[in-house]
Write a protein that binds this ligand. Sequence first.
Ligand code: HEM
Length: 324
Amino acid sequence: MANSKLFSCLIFLLFVFNTANSQGLKVGFYDKACPRVEAIVQKVINDTMSKAPSLAGPLLRMHFHDCLVRGCEGSVLLNSSTHKAEKDAVPNLSLRGFQIIDNVKTALEKECPGIVSCADILALVARDVTVADKGQSWQVETGRRDGRVSNITEALLDLIPPTSNITQLKSGFQRLGLSVKDLVVLSGAHTIGTSHCSSFTDRLYNFTGVGDTDPTLDPEYIARLKLKCKPDDTTTLAEMDPGSFRTFDVHYYTNVAKRRGLFQSDGALLDDGETKAYVGLQATNHGSTFLEDFGVSMVNMGRIGVLTGTTGEIRKVCSKVNES
Ligand code: HEM
């Protein structure tokens, strides 16, 4: 009798201990506390996509930019207060769709107050906009908690510029715990969305400061881009994947293979054996694995520097930390 009591006690302790230690990310983290979370996010996103399809790109990019600085903990969503936040860093000024994240949060707070983190909302939204653009779905791990710090200086240091060469890209991704494969796969997100001309006009007009063009960019493509983007244009948007910029397909790789990647960081994928081989394989479109690979790499990206368990908090409003 005493033995079986001891045994039950041990099992109980093991359970408690195990729960306390496996408070990492998992698929279905909210199954008990907020079972309709994914359906609610999906509904808001589908409604949004039917009215404003151009928000798919910015919302996918937002999760990446969140994860780059301090990990995927929702810091990109915080407004500046006494000090400037990540949101105000120049590379983040082109992010859009914060209102949609707020709409999702409002809907979730109504259903299950104080349960779902803003960091998880970003991860779920990134998946749902990809699917809305005809990409392939993946299972999103949840259980992230929200950070309380957002700092413009960190964003300026950690966000990866479009002028990066392959060495900088590889080391940047390595620092985040991501592989070279993740780099080439996640860059494929540039199959949707638009870019401001100013993010690449140096390649068209003044590559090395002597009025030259980037020799690695296809001259025909340069001519076409010049029609769209004048030298000091800071407002015009160019399609990242002309012709199918609202469809999540393999055309990004076809472009890169033809030396038509919009940024130096896209073109740089031809400067490394592994990334070049991947681009070549996907560009042929026969037996492309990109759509499946993307989900796998997004899960990897979504694990960067997460706060779980009792660290961080579940913000009430995504744009500001909870009052303590
Ligand atoms: C590899 C390093 C990367 C660099 C240097 C980079 C850089 C950029 C830049 C400069 C823009 C254009 C911003 C503008 O001028 O409006 C952009 C757009 C975009 N990026 Fe990236 N990016 C990278 C990786 C990623 C990743 C990993 C994702 C997502 C998983 C992503 C998703 C997007 C999307 C969807 C857009 C279009 C945004 C829109 O439509 O407004 N990027 N990126």
